[in-house]
Write a protein that binds this ligand. Structure first.
Ligand code: SF4
Length: 451
C-alpha cells in the first residue's frame, strides 16, 4: 500500500467558498439557504450591477448527460468562475443540477418548487439538456419517458411539466446540445418517443420574462465554451452591463455559429488545392471520405473541443453535422461522401492541378536568399540545393515583372535618391540636426535579372 499524499486545503479558500455558497448541507435546499442568508437585494455575488445572484435550473429530457459531462470542462469562462461569481459584472450562479447537486430527494426538489411558485426572490434561467419526449404517448400505457420528483401520491412528475411551470417566469431558457436545440438523436427516424426540441415544444410565441425566445447552443456535445460564453453574455445583459447578444434566426449565438466548419478548418488549404485524403489518418482534406464541413455551422475547428484542444477535423475525424437541425438523418449515412462533395472536390481538383505547380515554382524562388542568387551558390551544410533551371528562371523573370507592376522595386534605384554622399530625408539637409545619417553611398544591388 502506498501512502496517500494530499495537499492541505487553504483555510482562505474554505472561508471564501463558505461565504459565497454556504456550508455544504445535504438536508436543506440551496435555494432556501440563499433566501435565509440574504433575503433581500443585499446578496453577496456580482461585483457590479444590481443582480447579485441568479439561479440556474438544469432540466434533462431524453439525454445521455453528455452535455453535462462536457460543460464540466469549460474554461472560458469555467463553471467554477460562474458558480463563485468571479467574473466582474456577472451575477453569481446558484446551480441546481439533478446529477451534480449535493442535496437530494425533497430538499433538492424544493429548489424547483420555489422557482415554480415564484418565491425565489431572485431571477433564474432554465438550462434544458436532451430532447423533449411526447409524454402523452407514454401516458397511454400508464408510463412516462423522463421524470423528476414525485407528487404526494408517489407518481413521477414528467420533467417537461417542470419546464411548463417554470418557463414563463424564467429570465431565459437555454437549450444545450443538439437534442435540446433540434431534437437530435432521440428524434431521429423511427423513434417511438415523439421527441422534439425545446423550441418545438414551447412554440414560436414563447418569450421569457426578459423577452427572449429560446436560446440554442447546439452540438453533440457542444463546444462547451460556446455554452458558458453564451450564459456569461446573457447574464451580463441581465445585469444591465452588456448588450443583448446577437442571435441568428434560429436562436444560435450568431458570433459563434455564423461561419461554417470548412471556413475555419485546419485542412482548408488542402481542399483549396484539390488534395484529398482517401483513408483515415491522412492529413489532407476529408471531404471525399464523408466530411460535411462545407455546409455545417460550427466553430469547433477554430475553438477546439475543450480549452482549445481537440475538435473533429483537428484530430482526424470528419464533420457529421452534429450542430445542425437536420442531424442525424440529413447527414446519414456517416462516413459516406455527400452528393455535393463530388462536384466541389472535382472543381478544386481541376483548379488545383494548375495552381499547385505555379505555387511550388514560386515557393522555390521565395525559398532562396537574394545573396544566394548573386553568388550562384547556397552555402547549406545539409545537402545540395538544386539551382532553378533556365525555364524556371525565365518564368520567374516574367513573374517578377508582374509582381512589381505599378509598384516600387525595393532598394534605391531612383536617380534623385542617388546622392554622392548618401541620401537626404525630405525637408532636412545633411549636417542639420534631425537629418538622417548619411550612408556610404552604396545602394543595395538588385538581384541579377532572371536569377
Ligand atoms: Fe472542409 Fe472538411 Fe476538408 Fe476541413 S476536412 S477542409 S471542413 S471538407
Amino acid at each position: 500500500m502506498t501512502d496517500q499524499v494530499s495537499m492541505p486545503r487553504s483555510p482562505w479558500i474554505d472561508a471564501e467558498m463558505e461565504g459565497l455558497v454556504g456550508a455544504v448541507d445535504h438536508l436543506t435546499s440551496s435555494a432556501e439557504r440563499e433566501l435565509r442568508k440574504d433575503p433581500g437585494v443585499e446578496r453577496t455575488g456580482a461585483l457590479l450591477g444590481p443582480v447579485k445572484v441568479v439561479h440556474a435550473y438544469w432540466l434533462a429530457g431524453m439525454s445521455c448527460d453528455g452535455c453535462t459531462v462536457a460543460v464540466t470542462g469549460a474554461t472560458a469562462p469555467s463553471v467554477e468562475d460562474l458558480l463563485l461569481g468571479r467574473i466582474p459584472g456577472v451575477p453569481r450562479v446558484v446551480l441546481h443540477h439533478p446529477v451534480t447537486s449535493v442535496e437530494s430527494g425533497e430538499e433538492f426538489m424544493r429548489n424547483y418548487e420555489l422557482a415554480a411558485e415564484g418565491n425565489l426572490n431572485a431571477p433564474y434561467v432554465i438550462i434544458w439538456e436532451g430532447s423533449i419526449p411526447n409524454e402523452a404517448l407514454a401516458e397511454e400505457t400508464g408510463g412516462y419517458w423522463c421524470a423528476m420528483g414525485s407528487e404526494t401520491v408517489p407518481k413521477p412528475i414528467p420533467t417537461v411539466n417542470w419546464l411548463k411551470r417554470m418557463a414563463p417566469g424564467a429570465a431565459a431558457v437555454i437549450a444545450i446540445g443538439t437534442c435540446a436545440t433540434w431534437g437530435g438523436i432521440p428524434a431521429a427516424y423511427g423513434n417511438p418517443t415523439g421527441s422534439m426540441s425545446v423550441m418545438d415544444f414551447l412554440g414560436e410565441d414563447y418569450l421569457s420574462a426578459l423577452g427572449l425566445p429560446v436560446i440554442n447552443v447546439p452540438g453533440c456535445s457542444p463546444v462547451v465554451d460556446n455554452f458558458t460564453e453564451t450564459v456569461n453574455a446573457v447574464l451580463l445583459f441581465l445585469n444591465g452591463l452588456g448588450p443583448l447578444p446577437e442571435f441568428d434566426e434560429l436562436g444560435r449565438p450568431a458570433w459563434l455559429f455564423k461561419e461554417t466548419v470548412h471556413q475555419q478548418c485546419v485542412r482548408g488549404g488542402y481542399y483549396e488545392e484539390g488534395i484529398f485524403a482517401h483513408e483515415y489518418g491522412q492529413k489532407e482534406c476529408l471531404v471525399e471520405i464523408g466530411c460535411w464541413g462545407p455546409v455545417v455551422q460550427c466553430n469547433i475547428t477554430k475553438r477546439g473541443a475543450i480549452n482549445h484542444v481537440g475538435g473533429c477535423m483537428n484530430t482526424g475525424g470528419v464533420c457529421i453535422g452534429c450542430t445542425m437541425p437536420g442531424f442525424p438523418d440529413r447527414f446519414a449515412p456517416f462516413y459516406k461522401r455527400s452528393p455535393g462533395a463530388g462536384l466541389s472536390s472535382t472543381a478544386s481538383r481541376t483548379t488545383g492541378s494548375f495552381i499547385r505547380p505555379l505555387r511550388r515554382l514560386t515557393m522555390q524562388f521565395q525559398n532562396r536568399e537574394p545573396l544566394w542568387d548573386r553568388d550562384g551558390h547556397v552555402p547549406s551544410g545539409w545537402g545540395q540545393v538544386p539551382e532553378p533551371g533556365p525555364l524556371k528562371k525565365v518564368t520567374h523573370f516574367f513573374y517578377e515583372k508582374l509582381q512589381f507592376q505599378n509598384a516600387e522595386i525595393p532598394g534605391r534605384t531612383k536617380p534623385e535618391e542617388k546622392y554622392k554622399h548618401g541620401y537626404e530625408v525630405p525637408g532636412a539637409r545633411p549636417g542639420q540636426t534631425g537629418a538622417a545619417p548619411t550612408h556610404s553611398g552604396m545602394s543595395p544591388k538588385r538581384p541579377k535579372k532572371g536569377s
